[in-house]
Design a binder for this molecule. Structure first.
Ligand code: NAD
Length: 293
């Protein structure tokens, strides 16, 4: 039997359409047009493409594109001043500092300066704290996209055995907390895990976020399990995931392809976060405190 494909492109499109409708309703109600300030430092071609895609999606969803570009040799003080200016600007709902930033700039330090209520990447220490505590806040886009894929594919998380392979700050760790918040029984695997396949085989929901082409074989998958492949690896055979798709497809119940699985969800969730950020700030301006401080 062959696993059902989870179509990330179709699900991402549905999320983007929903966000666009909600943006229109929010604007009609409040007079506020949510705005996303992408910040690109330097001219790395891959980063430039990612930022251009985010900007286009933002406009398509009815939000303002408030992009800012600094030269690769911008001194740290200039980047800091820009972030502070964007933090203070009521037209800016969300701020996204495109990573990596050129050396000697420190991307983690600079990201940490973003107002947590505008932190649409969900990467500031305050956003991480809110995630771990389970209080309202902005969640990292790719892990949030994984949860959205699972929800919209009818995969039950409550009480399920969830195994996440990879423990990066960007994907693995936030995903562990999102799954925990949904009452899954969560196991973290990483480069030092003994007998990865044996642990992974416990999973009802198995997520690979590693960056090693086809690491997860059929022997690591329980029959009928849902397998989400976050990996994007450029190989001589083109783009492949962390899951050996052809082999695992024969064992799994549901599976995401690469490309066309998790990838398209990241921008969709960025748009959702930008709208959420606009709502957080609107609540803050109205004296409510949805973040619970
Ligand atoms: P990372 O390099 O920061 O982290 C990789 C993790 O995998 C580490 O925690 C490490 O412990 C673990 N690991 C490495 N080798 C392992 C092994 N042999 N067995 C078990 N665990 C091992 O990577 P990342 O930023 O989390 O990204 C992971 C993958 O996801 C990459 O392929 C990346 O391109 C992709 N990615 C995709 C999206 C998207 O939008 N779809 C977003 C972010 C990352």
């Amino acid at each position: 039997m062959s696993a059902t494909l989870i179509d990330g492109r179709a699900i991402a499109r549905a999320v983007r359409e929903e966000v666009a409708r909600e943006v229109a309703a929010f604007t009609a109600q409040t007079g506020i047009v949510p705005g996303l300030a992408t910040v690109l430092v330097g001219d790395d071609p891959a980063s430039a493409v990612y930022v251009a895609n985010k900007r286009r999606a933002c406009v398509e969803a009815g939000m303002r594109d408030l992009h800012r570009h600094l030269p690769a040799d911008a001194p740290e003080a200039e980047v800091v001043a820009l972030i502070e200016q964007l933090n203070a600007d009521p037209a800016v709902s969300g701020i996204l500092l495109q990573l990596p930033v050129p050396a000697p700039l420190d991307g983690a330090r600079l990201t940490g300066l973003i107002d947590p209520d505008k932190d649409v990447d969900g990467l500031t220490p305050m956003s991480v704290g809110r995630l771990v505590r389970g209080t309202p806040g902005l969640r990292p886009c790719t892990p949030a996209g994984v949860i959205e894929l699972l929800d919209r594919s009818g995969v039950a998380l409550e009480g399920a055995e969830a195994v996440v392979v990879g423990r990066s700050d960007l994907v693995g760790k936030p995903l562990l907390h999102l799954l925990l918040a949904r009452n899954a029984t969560v196991t973290a695997c990483h480069s030092r895990t003994r007998d990865l396949a044996a642990v992974a085989r416990r999973a009802d929901v198995l997520v690979a976020a590693v960056g090693v082409p086809r690491l997860i074989g059929a022997d690591a998958v329980k029959p009928g399990a849902t397998v989400i492949d976050v990996g994007i690896n450029r190989t001589d055979d083109g783009l492949v995931g962390d899951v050996d798709f052809d082999a695992v497809r024969a064992v799994a119940g549901k599976i995401t392809p690469v490309p066309g699985g998790v990838g398209p969800m990241t921008i969709a969730m960025l748009l959702r976060n930008t709208l959420e950020a606009a709502r957080l700030q609107h609540g803050r301006a109205a004296g409510r405190d949805p973040a619970g401080r």
